[in-house]
Write a protein that binds this ligand. Structure first.
Ligand code: NAD
Length: 483
């Protein structure tokens, strides 16, 4: 039975993009991929036409319709005003999971660690990458770290589903929840909850600092890793570096409706137009795309032909080494070598076998959010102020009243009033915690607003408030360090 071709959106990108995209589409075609590519323009030329996002409004129409995007690398012009196209596409299309396999191809490709085969599943939409930043005083700047329960559950569930579908044995979660007990703590808790539903897959947690160190020294101990956005970004580069696969890495950005596939590397302007670029990163991205659209059999044929090409020592210049390589090939000749080997298995490297079924999906499986009993019990008012903590404490105690009293002042998180230490370095940014005078009494928005008015009338400069809540009776705010 003939299968209808799946429409996909293709952007060649900049620099070496057109060369490697041509090579990849040629291999996909020869392998019998049932795809119908539609081409859109993105990147440098679009930026330079004055479109600061690097993508035209018309291109979104194709992306929304096909929901599958094979993207070449792009050049982000230097200088101000240009937004990262990757971030724009990821966030606009809700691509919450960044999936990056990192494999060492020892002894055929130079690498620090010979036996690595891991996958990093990085949360892609939340964390400090929401990019919500403010300067609040002469000295202090802030970046908000936003983490949601559905966001954590989607990525943790995706990691376990990915492990199940791909025959992986272990999922390791990495967070810094010994310090960020509320945000990273949520990620860790959700991970533990989701893990219980996958008893056949081992699950463990590591603090990100020791986890990253182990990744650099013992990467073969890892299988699937799931983590928050910033940690995942850093870990992906460590993993790519230790496997020697920066130029060979493919990556997938998966959403509940759309998905984007690309190489990990950039547009390599230094070798653009020379016909020597390695198309492998984009090819491995395209292989992930084929698995995603249910063409696992074609993906398997291409991947095994590629492994065979690599182990036969047919290499592009970037991975060529006289010790192990047999022949140095240009982009087109390398693509031809791969398609000549379609149908063959690697003999030394382990062959792959992708299931041909539906893509990994977590939709419809998320725990519904039940509104909790939420009670306001105080407020942290942040002040831009210069002076000594005890002076500020005395000033603010004057403003106690209307059911609220000052209970703590901290500076960059450390409690400095009451009973601070003279050695502590303080900036001009103070968190002033007010709670009910009467224990257990709730605090209204009006009380908070009138406190802000009293502060303003006293010549103080409130720059931000954070309300203190109990959720179902549990405090949902951190204590001051040393409190
Ligand atoms: P790069 O990955 O383009 O190049 C780094 C080095 O690796 C260069 O020496 C290059 O020649 C080599 N290289 C990269 N890909 C190769 C390939 N397929 N075959 C052979 N050699 C290869 O990184 P860069 O130089 O830092 O960035 C260049 C441009 O790419 C910048 O504008 C950057 O913003 C952009 N970039 C885009 C993406 C993306 O679109 N996803 C990712 C990273 C960088």
């Amino acid at each position: 039975m003939s299968v209808a071709s799946v429409p996909i959106t293709v952007a060649e990108g900049d620099g070496i993009g057109p060369e490697i995209m041509r090579a990849v589409l040629r291999i996909l075609d020869a392998a019998g991929a049932k795809i119908a590519p539609e081409t859109i323009e993105i990147g440098e030329r679009v930026y330079l036409r004055g479109q600061s996002s690097g993508i035209e409004a018309s291109a979104w129409e194709s992306l929304r319709r096909t929901k599958v995007f094979l993207k070449g690398p792009i050049t982000t012009p230097q200088g101000g005003g240009y937004k990262s196209l990757n971030v724009t596409v990821r966030k606009t299309l809700g691509l919450y999971a960044n999936v990056r396999p990192c494999v060492s191809y020892h002894p055929y490709v130079d690498c620090v660690h010979p036996k690595v085969d891991l996958v990093i599943v990085r949360e892609n939409e939340e964390d400090t990458y929401a990019g919500i930043e403010h300067r609040q005083s002469d000295e202090v700047y802030q970046c908000l770290k936003l983490v949601s329960r559905p966001g954590c559950e989607k990525i943790c569930r995706y990691a376990f589903e990915y492990a199940r579908v791909n025959g992986r044995k272990k999922v390791t979660c990495m967070t810094k929840d010994n310090i960020m007990k509320i945000t990273d703590g949520l990620f860790h808790r959700v991970f533990d909850d989701v893990a219980k539903e996958y008893p056949e897959i081992a699950a463990n947690h590591m603090i990100i600092d020791i986890g990253a160190a182990k990744m650099a020294t013992r990467p073969a101990d890892f299988d699937v890793i799931v983590t928050l956005n910033l940690y995942g970004d850093i870990l992906s580069d460590i993993a790519a570096e230790v496997t020697g696969s920066v130029g060979l890495g493919g990556s997938a950005n998966i959403g509940s409706q759309c998905a984007m596939f690309e190489a990990v590397h950039g547009s390599a302007p230094d070798i653009s137009g020379k016909g020597i670029a390695n198309p492998s990163g984009l090819l491995l991205g395209a292989i992930m795309m084929l698995v995603h659209i249910g063409q696992g059999e074609v993906a398997t044929r291409i991947h095994n032909a590629w492994l065979r090409t690599i182990e036969e020592g047919l290499h592009t210049g970037d991975i060529f080494s006289p010790k192990v390589s047999k022949e140095k090939l240009g982009t087109e000749a390398f693509a031809k070598a791969v398609l000549d080997r379609l149908g063959k298995q690697p003999e030394k490297l382990a062959p792959v076998a992708y299931a041909g079924g539906a893509p990994v999906a977590v939709e419809g499986r998320l725990t519904p959010t039940h509104p909790a009993k939420k009670e306001r019990v105080g407020v942290d008012v942040f002040l831009h102020w210069r002076g000594a903590p005890d002076t500020l404490g005395a000033l603010l105690e004057e403003l106690n009243g209307d059911g609220l009293k000052l209970t703590m002042i901290s500076n960059r998180g450390l409690k400095v009033w009451p009973n601070g230490h003279p050695e502590t370095f303080c900036t001009d940014h103070w968190r002033c915690r007010y709670e009910s005078i009467k224990p257990g009494a709730l605090v209204s928005v009006m009380q908070v607003m009138s406190l802000i008015m009293r502060m303003s009338n006293a010549g103080l400069d409130p720059v931000k408030t954070e309300h203190l809540f109990l959720f179902d009776g549990t405090p949902a705010y951190s204590l001051g360090q040393g409190q």
